[in-house]
Design a protein around this ligand. Structure first.
Ligand code: PGA
Length: 246
């Protein structure tokens, strides 16, 4: 399975910065066995479409609305994302769950709408620190994954395990925690009819820790926030993923 290193720019980036980033990536940046993807803000999707595809980098969005079109001021539909060149869409990111209040039901609806338009969702799951400390990690992940119950297992899906306490904090999960949790997630995905689903790790991934995290059994790539904003650190993580895959 090809590893995926995906950069989630969150609410960062204006056109000039994006163009500089692309230039700094150089030609043919993706090593063998590693797929690269970038999730910039909506405003940068169209401008990045050609430039990224010329470098073999997939494009994705950070969110989508579930209705196909209509009077939903401020929303972006799955078809609009396809039109802008997106292959991926991030769903269920903890910042949307916790700041915007997205529920598992909403995320399930978005999942179906994304599939209906040919997008590949990257479904983010992860526990809060209090939940981990209370021994509830697996129960939380099981509940978040339950939205896959009854879905067509032939539809494309990537899952990203992102412990909430590790996102943007510099507190990366230990390799033991990552290995153990990914084993549980794979077990659960197999039960849900998706034994070959790719599972990424996310949460303070940086050039210094990427190789050891991606060498953990059951980790098939990374969802990178802060360290994906600069071309050099993003590329160092991509190279680390390639070494871990070798
Ligand atoms: P971080 O973000 O790498 O800045 O921790 C990861 C994410 O939120 O996807």
């Amino acid at each position: 399975m090809r590893r995926l290193v995906a950069g989630n720019w969150k609410m960062n980036g204006i056109l000039a910065e994006a163009m500089q980033f692309v230039e700094e990536l150089g030609d043919n940046p993706a090593p063998e066995h590693v797929e690269m993807a970038l999730m910039p803000p909506f405003t940068l999707l169209h401008p990045l479409k050609e430039a990224l595809s010329a470098k073999g980098i997939a494009l994705g969005a950070q969110n989508v609305y579930f209705e196909p079109k209509g009077a939903f001021t401020g929303s972006i539909s799955p078809l609009m994302l396809r039109d802008a060149g997106c292959h991926y869409v991030i769903l269920g990111h903890s910042e949307r769950r916790n700041i915007i209040g997205e529920t598992d039901d909403v995320i399930r609806t978005k999942l179906q709408a994304s599939w209906a338009t040919g997008l590949e969702p990257i479904l983010c799951i992860g526990e809060h620190l209090k939940e981990r400390e209370a021994g509830k990690t697996n129960a939380v992940l099981k509940r978040q994954l339950a939205i896959l119950e009854g879905t067509d297992s032939g539809l494309p899906l990537t899952v990203a395990y992102e412990p909430v306490w590790a996102i943007g904090t510099g507190h990366t999960a230990t390799t033991d925690q990552v290995t153990e949790t990914h084993a549980f997630i794979h077990e659960e995905l197999a039960r849900l009819g998706r034994p070959h689903c790719r599972v990424l790790y996310g949460g303070s991934v940086n050039p210094g820790n990427a190789e050891s995290l991606m060498a953990c059994p059951g980790v098939e790539g990374a969802l990178v926030g802060g360290a994906s904003l600069k071309a050099d650190s993003f590329m160092e993580i991509v190279q680390a993923a390639a070494r871990a895959a070798a």
